[in-house]
Write a protein of this length. Structure first.
Length: 105
């Protein structure tokens, strides 16, 4: 009497080889659900990124305003100091720099 050959893992028949993924409606619905979840997640990421861009733009505008106010204050202070030096009769620092300096011993 002949004995049957031993079966291996490759010989086991499964349900998965009987159906194709294209014909399986559950697979299609699962794919649709996964795509919808990814779409929601990407939209949330997009909103977060646009919020960060708005925050950065707002901060850049604040920095520019602060720079403008500091420059205006510095120019006003420079104008006041040059006006005061003209009134006191001391030479302008810029003209002194152009002339150089003298040493006395």
């Amino acid at each position: 009497m002949k004995s049957k050959p031993a079966r291996g893992l490759q010989d086991i028949r499964t349900i998965s080889e009987r159906t194709s993924d294209a014909d399986n409606p559950q697979r299609k619905y699962l794919s649709l659900a996964m795509l919808e979840l990814e779409k929601v997640r990407r939209n949330k990421e997009k909103q977060s990124a646009s919020q960060r861009v708005e925050n950065i733009d707002r901060r850049v505008a604040e920095i520019e305003e602060e720079q403008a106010s500091l420059l205006a204050a510095a120019e006003a202070e420079l104008a006041e100091s040059s006006l005061a030096s003209r009134r006191s009769g001391t030479p302008d620092p810029k003209s002194q720099a152009e002339r150089g300096f003298k040493l006395t011993y």
